[in-house]
Design a protein around this ligand. Structure first.
Ligand code: NAD
Length: 366
């Protein structure tokens, strides 16, 4: 999105997607059955991860006779055999729809069922990862994660319940929140961004980054949890509407080829990917600066992560020096849109900075 004149509206395309969103404390158990009713569904399979089974059981109980079963086998990055098994369970239960309760892993499994069977999906997210607002699916086979877009996997209803996130540990809340911020940040310079996406992105970053310090200070307070989840909704909407760039590609490579943890990796890499892209994306950086109340968004994000106790270096996440060149090669080899050309040297520069974990301002001055 380019505008040399402040009066100009840049050319854009925007496609609105038919997702119904319900947002209120207590909605997971109070509204899921209503959403099923609106969709005309009568036999719902509830899916979740093992750790999320208690919450998912509460949702299943609230569905009453509409619940056809509970399947708590979701795993990170949706291994294909886990998806196969879940599809079998859905068929055996005679399900006519699916409710995914949990983070991106549980929602990813719900999407895999929707992709294979066409069953409508209701998502009840419990992290800030944002998968519920996208039509992107992912499946991992032989250690390789494939992703694609299909309207069939976009949830028909999303039930946001801030009370569900009260149990999200502060450390995971912070990194999951940065994962959300990364979606909005890259949406601001995506080739398919638009004025509407830019509004959502800026407000999403503002909401999330202002909420996280209060979530950490008082994890049981519903107010900051609401604001963080509201930010997650906006950031997830940006992810669903645009095509991501260098930052998401780096995280995909680091997670897929080196097994680095999803949200933590986003938190470490984001300031450095933004510092690399900043010269080629001045309007995006200006919007981020406004949202963060700073004149250096990459440094402000690095600083915030540190103040909230997050790890800030890829070395701390377990990457080795030897891995950097391999990861840079994989990142530079693939085609994806990015405001600044991604060369092998450029990818290595970002990875080295993220490996060292210094402020991106310090790296720029060095
Ligand atoms: P996750 O779903 O694996 O959850 C992380 C951990 O937090 C798990 O152990 C889970 O049990 C626990 N947890 C979740 N909610 C909790 C709660 N409220 N209280 C306590 N513990 C809780 O991780 P994630 O970061 O939410 O999602 C990451 C996955 O989602 C990755 O596979 C990623 O690729 C995918 N993803 C996909 C999209 C998409 O559009 N398709 C978008 C974002 C993320």
């Amino acid at each position: 999105m380019n505008s040399t004149n402040a009066m100009n509206v840049p050319d854009f395309s925007y496609e609105s997607r038919p997702v119904r969103v319900v947002f209120r404390p207590g909605a997971a158990t109070a509204a899921s059955a209503d959403e099923a009713g609106r969709l005309g569904l009568r036999r719902l399979l509830v899916v979740c991860g093992r750790q999320g089974a208690v919450t998912a059981r509460a949702v299943a109980t609230s569905l009453g006779s509409l619940c056809a079963g509970l399947h708590s086998e979701a795993r990170m990055h949706v291994p294909v055999e886990v998806a196969d098994r879940a599809v079998e369970v859905a068929h055996a239960a005679g399900a006519d729809g699916c409710v995914a309760v949990g983070g991106g892993s549980a929602i990813g499994l719900g999407k895999a069922i929707a992709l294979r069977t066409g069953l409508p999906l209701i998502a009840v997210p419990s992290t800030y990862a944002g998968s519920e607002m996208t039509s992107v699916w992912g499946l991992t086979e032989h250690g390789v994660k494939r992703t694609g877009r299909d309207p069939a996997v976009l949830p028909r209803s999303v039930v946001y319940d801030p009370e569900l996130t009260l149990s999200l540990p502060p450390a995971l809340s912070v990194t999951s929140g940065f994962n959300a911020v990364a979606h909005a940040a890259e949406a601001l310079y995506a080739p398919d961004t638009s004025p509407f996406v830019a509004l959502m992105a800026e407000e999403g970053v503002r909401a999330m980054t202002s909420a996280l310090p209060r979530v950490v200070a008082d994890p049981e307070a519903v107010g900051p949890r609401s604001r963080a989840l509201y930010g997650a909704w906006l950031c997830g909407s940006c992810l669903g509407a645009t095509t991501m760039g260098l930052h998401h590609k780096l995280c995909h490579v680091l997670g897929g080829a080196f097994g680095l943890p999803h949200a933590e990796t986003h938190t470490v890499v984001l300031p450095h990917a933004l510092a690399y892209n900043a010269p080629a994306a001045p309007e995006a950086i200006t919007a981020l600066n406004r949202a963060l109340g700073t004149d250096n968004a990459p440094h402000a994000l690095w600083d915030l992560a540190g103040r909230l106790g997050a790890l800030r270096s890829l070395a701390q996440l377990g990457l080795t020096d030897d891995d950097l060149t391999v990861a840079a090669g994989q990142t530079a080899a693939e085609a994806y849109p990015n405001p600044r050309t991604v060369t092998m040297g450029g990818a290595l520069e970002v990875l080295r900075a993220a490996y060292a974990g210094r402020s991106p301002r310090a790296a720029a001055l060095a």
